[in-house]
Design a binder for this molecule. Sequence first.
Ligand code: FAD
Length: 290
Amino acid sequence: MKVTDIFEEKRKMGKPVLSFEIFPPKKAEALKNIDATLERLCDLHPDFISVTFGAGGSAVDNQTVELAKKIKGNYGVEPIVHLTCLHYGKDEIGAILDQLKENGIENVLALRGDVNPNVPMKHDFKYASELTAYIKEYGDFHVSGACYPEVHLEAPSAIMDIRNLKRKVDAGASHLISQLFFDNNAFYSFYEKTRIAGIDVPVEAGIMPVTNRAQIERMVNICGAKLPKKFERVLQKYEDNKEALFDAGMAYAINQIVDLIANDVDGIHIFTMNNPRVAGRICDGIRHLV
Ligand code: FAD
């Protein structure tokens, strides 16, 4: 089933879409446990699960497609396969798309990715919009794209970033998933700008439940998300108490989601970090809302 149809179904039910993101574990040991993780995540009945893709390295060794096949085949949940393009040529992307077709996987999140200094660049694609256009031409795929409520770090301005996002949608992206954010007002203001720019596809809000201070500092460094003062205070107060910080992180994420749903967000995308305990706690808190 294509993601567009999932949105349509949920819209008719008057409910937002709920999706999860997972990553293929790098360590062999963690990969062995992935079935148990997938089982617990799928038991929470997300509308789809997206699987991240490495930026660089061998496309063949990438476990993304294997995990997507398991999600669909073993658990009957729709997968979205992430693809990045700075380090892959058209032939490699085409080979992955062929595998997706063979396995009935119809949904792709087209990304530019970031430069991996240890891997040579390929120059078939410069931006995610070019990958999007290539995938749409290649076959009957639904293509999603990434977006940035607090502006992509390399964008010269918020306006240019929105104009570039419009290019991605015009190239065929029919659903957007946002970067994580902790201040819902940043998302509301961004959403309004997308509508002013004529971007009328569903935008899912990316929510990262915080479980420890190091994780949040890393995330803020990588993507530039701002930490609201009230959240900083919580982090400071409980930084030395693991379980209290876990409770506070879950409560903050649930509060964010309740507010987003009350404001008619199209969907909630939870960055699960492959942690079913986190996903389960969030789902418990919003069971009757999605
Ligand atoms: P683009 O849409 O190409 O945008 C990148 C920059 O280029 C922006 O500043 C944009 O304004 C600018 N731009 C776009 N088009 C043009 C144009 N025509 N002319 C000039 N400037 C332009 N990374 C991974 O490696 N693997 C993953 O699985 C992964 N999953 C992600 C999932 C989500 C939901 C998000 C939000 C990000 C994910 N990323 C992932 C990170 C992503 O690859 C990086 O944020 C990357 O820096 C940008 O990718 P993009 O697809 O948004 O790029």
